[in-house]
Design a protein around this ligand. Structure first.
Ligand code: PGA
Length: 256
């Protein structure tokens, strides 16, 4: 059975609790419930609990932006996947901002993947090259290393559930996404890695999405790229109109 497309709103470290609630409310008014598109909101940890009480669960799922790989213990300031269990359905793992500003290496990402899965949370694994790596033509190597390490403790059933976001670091936070040809190459490389490790069925079952300057005008072009199953949206998800337009664009693409 074909899985629905997926659009993830990554609110990052933006909004206060009132603004977050208001934004969700505005989105709720503008976004329709489509079976062929899953809409996932990833607010700050702080707002997961209050938003979970307000959210229309048929229309929106919740995600955390991270999680700690140990389930319980003396880790001041950390939030574990076991604490997030039953509160979120998804967790973003290995976002480039985590890798860069919080020094998360490949092994930490691998352990977070396993921790999310054992707590019944579906990882949205982010991979992608920096602009320096791109200029050095290391994109494929970087994606290979990120994928193979992140998945190394997972079974094929675990992997089939995953969402993998191709997020070229150089395209994040701007107004111009990667070109469709670049997206297509990276997405098919991601699926190739999975096919090599887990076989064709798993590679086809994984949803691969694109993130990096997703704005409404680009949705149609990106969603036409072979193998793209949705979008991971940063700044445009802080604007209810723009985000609703993006969801609508993904819905229209799902009809084709
Ligand atoms: P952006 O962020 O849409 O603002 O480029 C995407 C992301 O970092 O997930």
């Amino acid at each position: 059975m074909k899985k629905p497309k997926i659009v993830v709103a990554n609110w990052k470290m933006h909004l206060n609790v009132h603004e977050a609630s208001l934004l969700l409310h505005k989105m709720d008014k503008r976004i329709h419930d489509h079976r062929s598109v899953e809409v996932v909101i990833a607010p700050s940890y702080l707002y997961l609990q209050p938003l979970s009480l307000e959210v229309d669960k048929r229309k929106f799922k919740l995600a955390s932006q991270d999680g700690y790989y140990v389930d319980e213990g003396s880790y001041t300031g950390a939030v574990s996947f076991s604490q997030l269990r039953n509160l979120v359905q998804y967790s973003i793992i290995g976002h480039s901002e985590r890798r860069r500003y919080f020094n998360e290496g490949l092994e930490v990402v691998r352990d977070k993947m396993a921790a999310a899965i054992r707590n019944n949370i579906t990882p949205i694994l982010c991979v992608g090259e920096t602009s320096e790596e791109r200029h050095l033509k290391e994109t494929k190597q970087v994606i290979h290393d990120q994928i193979t390490t992140a998945l190394s403790d997972l079974t094929s059933e675990d992997v089939e559930r995953l969402v993998i976001g191709y997020e070229p670091v150089w395209a994040i936070g701007g107004h111009e996404p990667a070109k469709p040809a670049d997206i297509e190459e990276a997405v098919s490389w991601i699926r190739y890695q999975i096919r090599e490790l887990y076989g064709k069925d798993v590679a086809e079952g994984v949803r691969v999405i694109y993130g990096g300057s997703d704005e409404p005008e680009f949705v149609e072009g990106i969603m036409q790229v072979d193998g793209v199953d949705g979008l991971l949206v940063g700044h445009a998800s802080l604007n209810a109109e723009q985000f609703a337009d993006i969801v609508q664009g993904v819905y229209l693409s799902s009809l084709k």
